[in-house]
Ligand binder design. Structure first.
Ligand SMILES: Cc1ncc(C[n+]2csc(CCOP(=O)(O)OP(=O)(O)O)c2C)c(N)n1
Ligand SMILES: [Mg+2]
Length: 328
């Protein structure tokens, strides 16, 4: 597959920097008590989210677990409204009632943000069943962590998607840990994409396709791999893909990280997705550095503006507490 044009590559760079700066600022706001509840950062995993979402069309759908800020921004949710949601404001994408783990937008087919590990996977199958039933063209891209592949919901959802030949790309973001437990300590199979084999090879070739293990730190490789997977899902049904990545911050804020060494984390910082893509762009295009610097500056300003917007927005009212309980 040919690499997309320069303006698209620059857009990927912009999105990855936007996500990184957004989350660094969220960490500060959390320390200051302006963001409450839990905060799970996506720092280190940006290439997986940006590359994978870039492979989708408008008709397609995204669903994920609680580590959802990067995917919401990559899917094009307004950065001001996402920041407002983080601060629990009325102008937030979920009216300030969802917060960090529930970033959703119906029009953009971004279904959120779920806190129960694996709990969103049957929902992904349900969205895909609706697409199939209504004879629509969409595909569901369902992100999950490595830890979620050990949960019952994962197996139920994958099984049904194979039986019904649903248009789903199941994407495991293998960041090597589920909270403080490494993949080796939690999963019988450590090459997680092998789990597709339990649901492949049905009658007449029906079933789950075992997809690739992608280098999740390389945005272009993820884009290419997920583009092919989306095409497969649209034509033939479900496919399981694994993206090998790394969470550079703790599981959530306040994680003492006793389960890994500083040296291990450092080795991934050096080879992080943004620096790596920046070097790639600088090698490929002469004189691009000033363009990248400008993007860096613009994203800082974008985040400043988003925080200002959020801080100046009102908090939900008492009436908001009981709104959106039933469909109106
Ligand atoms: C059913 C359930 N069990 C346990 C938890 C507590 N918990 C929250 S996150 C997490 C780890 C999940 O790891 P993984 O799926 O690899 O996602 P990551 O945090 O690495 O993105 C656990 C066990 C939960 N939220 N839901
Ligand atoms: Mg994990």
């Amino acid at each position: 597959m040919a690499l997309p044009k320069k303006d698209i590559l620059l857009e990927w760079y912009r999105q990855m920097v936007l996500i990184r700066r957004f989350e660094e600022r969220c960490a500060e706001l959390y320390q200051r008590g302006l963001i409450g509840g839990f905060l799970h950062l996506y720092i280190g995993q940006e290439a997986t989210g940006v590359g994978a979402v870039a492979a989708l069309g408008e008709q397609d759908h995204v669903i994920t677990a609680y580590r959802d800020h990067g995917l919401a921004l990559a899917r094009g949710l307004d950065v001001n409204a996402v920041m407002a949601e983080m601060l629990g404001r009325r102008t937030g994408v979920s009216g300030g009632k969802g917060g960090s783990m529930h970033l959703a937008d119906r029009d953009l087919h971004m279904w959120g943000g779920y806190g129960i590990v694996g709990g969103h996977l049957p929902l992904a199958a349900g969205i895909a069943l609706k697409i199939q039933y209504m004879e629509e063209d969409g595909v569901v891209l369902a992100f999950m962590g490595d830890g979620a592949t050990n949960i019952g919901y994962f197996h139920e959802a994958l099984n049904l998607s194979a039986v019904w030949e649903l248009p789903v790309v199941w994407l495991i973001e293998n960041n090597q840990y589920g909270m403080g437990t490494s993949v080796e300590r939690a999963s019988g199979a450590t090459e997680l994409v092998q789990k597709a084999m339990a649901y492949c090879c049905g009658p007449n070739g029906r079933g789950m396709k075992k997809g690739p293990r992608l280098d999740g730190m390389d945005v272009a490789e993820v884009y290419e791999g997920i583009s092919e997977a989306v095409e497969h899902a649209r034509k033939h049904g479900p496919i399981l893909v694994e993206s090998l990545t790394y969470r550079l911050e703790g599981h959530s804020m306040g994680d003492p990280q006793r389960y890994r060494t500083k040296e291990e984390v450092e080795s991934f910082v050096e080879n992080g997705p943004i620096g790596r893509f920046r070097s790639f762009l600088c090698d490929k295009y002469k004189d691009i550095e000033s363009t990248l610097d400008k993007i860096d500056d613009d994203m800082l300003k974008t985040i400043d503006d988003a925080v200002e917007f959020a801080e100046n927005s009102e908090v939900p009212t008492e009436e908001d507490l009981i709104s959106h309980v039933y469909v109106e």
